[in-house]
Design a protein around this ligand. Structure first.
Ligand code: UD1
Length: 364
């Protein structure tokens, strides 16, 4: 059994960390390909280092660009790898331009495609990640769903064959890495447990509209009068802040470089709460037992909003202070993470790939 895994952006690299280990345990040969969609040390290399992921066998070096450029360049380069390696399965993760490129290459070469994190859906329907998710799911043969809702979403679109609820590999990673979380940023920034908020904002609908970005930054500055605000800033957001001349709006906010997984988790574990538009972080915040204001009109992780744990704040006129104060403190705490499986998603994926290879055939 030979799998070619394609990663390229930060959230995929961290998922690969746990899947890689399980593929090895199951004796599955894995060829690892990095598209190069993320290339800064803080966005890519550092995750390989702290999560001890082996070096990619192929680095495609596609870099940044328009969605068409990233997708197109990845397809052209990845097709060569797929034709040379002739894998039994192509494994893609999540919802990035790298994901959809890998899935399309597999589909066109008639190589079975397995999608980790299949079935997630969210508005707006025209956001790049949503387009990537839908296209990827519709050309995939094995669909590894992280939640029950994801299975339902797929069924609603007529996809029932090859669908497996395995749980969320991010939860596996969280459990595995918890003993190694790095709390050093707390001392480095002279923070104290509970006196700070962690913020990540990088979605195009938040960063590319100056009015919206200004509202977010003004809200953070206001919040920083009550609590420390720590903002590990994504390069896209940094560029937009400079382009729109919004540097002053960040006065009082601790803007730092993007953090590696272990440092970010250490920071969240002792935070008051989190403000984010990251799909991964809104769930990880829950794993950490903390709450998140999710700066999105909708979320693929709706379960957490339905139980009142996370709160969507989009569009809003209130400040983050008011929004946080209005969050109901007495939410019903679900049995932690049951919706995201039992922390063995990556083991189930490897098991399905190795033992049930009969299932790994292209859908009609
Ligand atoms: C991508 C994914 C998104 C994921 C996010 C995690 C798509 C459509 N979206 O969004 O699902 O949540 O990764 O970060 O694929 N840049 C750098 N250095 C880097 C990488 C990016 O400077 O190493 C800058 C470039 O200006 C680039 C911009 O960030 O144009 C956006 O990067 P891109 O990979 O296109 O999308 P993300 O916003 O990172």
């Amino acid at each position: 059994m030979k799998v070619v895994s394609l990663v390229g952006a930060r959230p995929q690299i961290i998922k690969e960390a746990v899947v890689q280990e399980q593929l090895q345990k199951n004796g599955i040969q894995e060829v690892l390909v990095h598209s190069g969609q993320h290339y800064d040390y803080d966005m890519s290399d550092v995750f390989f280092k702290v999560l001890k992921i082996r070096e990619p066998d192929y680095s495609l070096g596609v870099g940044s660009g328009t969605h068409g450029e990233i997708t197109g360049r990845t397809m052209i380069a990845f097709e060569q790898v797929a034709m040379k390696e002739k894998p039994d399965v192509i494994l893609v993760y999540g919802d990035t331009d790298t994901t959809v490129a890998g899935a399309l290459v597999g589909a066109k070469l008639k190589i079975p495609v397995a999608h980790v994190e299949a079935g997630i859906r969210q508005e707006p329907h025209n956001m790049p990640e949503e387009i990537n998710r839908k296209v990827t799911d519709h050309v995939s043969d094995l669909l590894f769903a992280p939640s029950r809702l994801a299975v339902e979403n797929l069924a609603r679109e007529g996809i029932t064959e090859g669908v497996y609820f395995v749980g969320d590999v991010m939860y596996d990673l969280f459990l595995k890495m918890k003993p190694h979380f790095d709390y050093s940023a707390i001392d480095e920034l002279s923070l104290q447990e509970g006196n700070y908020v962690v913020v990540t904002i990088h979605r195009d609908f938040n960063t590319d509209d100056p009015v919206r970005l200004k509202w977010i930054l003004d809200g953070l500055r206001e919040l920083s009068k009550q609590l420390r605000v720590v903002f590990p800033m994504h390069p896209r957001t940094k560029k937009r802040v400079q382009q729109f001349g919004f540097e002053d709006a960040l006065e009082g906010v601790d803007v730092i470089q993007p953090l590696d997984y272990l440092k970010l988790m250490g920071l969240v574990m002792q935070s008051a709460f989190v403000i984010t538009d990251s799909g991964g972080l809104q769930k990880e915040t829950y794993f950490c037992g903390k709450r998140a204001l999710v700066v999105m009109p909708d979320t693929g992780w709706r379960e957490l909003v339905d139980i009142g744990w996370n709160v969507l704040v989009y569009p809003v006129n209130d400040t983050f202070n008011v929004l946080w104060e209005s969050v109901d403190a007495k939410v019903i705490e679900n049995a932690l993470c049951y919706v995201y499986g039992a922390g063995n998603a990556s083991a189930l994926i490897a098991d399905l790939l190795s033992n049930k290879s009969a299932h790994v055939k292209r859908r009609n």
